[in-house]
Design a protein around this ligand. Structure first.
Ligand code: THU
Length: 146
């Protein structure tokens, strides 16, 4: 999607800043790859998260899911946007870090894929914008089970 299609009330820079701040808290003793995320809910509140790894590896949780589950556990089930920043520890954020497939599916659960905006950023003024439907086309979701 382009900047022109962006909803007016979307605080893109604040979301990126929040994700960058959350990234600093990443617990990544195994991969050394630090990710931060910020989820904007329909009431325009921001929930942040970082990735949290585990010695047993599989319990590791991504930054996006930390942020989204924090929102959901506070009763916020409608997402408007999610910003993501990631890069190896000790490095400048020099790459665009895309949400993994599992996190895309979790976003799908709590958003309309045609409207949810995913912001993949390297900095406050350096980002790419997507609708979830671009990152997860032809998806399976809650409506399938109703
Ligand atoms: N990671 C995320 O936090 N989000 C993603 O979307 C991709 C991967 C984390 C998980 C793990 O801690 C590290 O990055 C390396 O895979």
């Amino acid at each position: 999607m382009t900047e022109r299609d962006l909803p007016q009330d979307l605080p893109v820079r604040e979301l990126i800043r929040s994700a960058m701040e959350a990234r600093k808290k990443a617990y990544v003793p195994y991969s050394g790859y630090m990710v931060g995320a910020a989820a904007l809910t329909s009431d325009l509140r921001i929930y942040t998260g970082c990735n949290i790894e585990n010695a047993s590896y599989t319990p590791t949780v991504c930054a996006e899911r930390t942020a989204i589950f924090k929102a959901v556990s506070e009763g916020k089930r409608a997402l408007k946007a999610v910003a993501v920043v990631g890069s190896p520890k000790g490095e400048e954020i020099s790459q665009y870090s895309f949400p993994c497939g599992v996190c895309r599916q979790v976003m799908r659960e709590f958003a309309d894929p045609q409207t949810l905006v995913v912001i993949v950023a390297r900095g406050e003024a350096d980002y790419k914008l997507f609708r979830l439907s671009e990152l997860l086309p032809e998806s399976f979701g809650p409506e399938n089970l109703r």
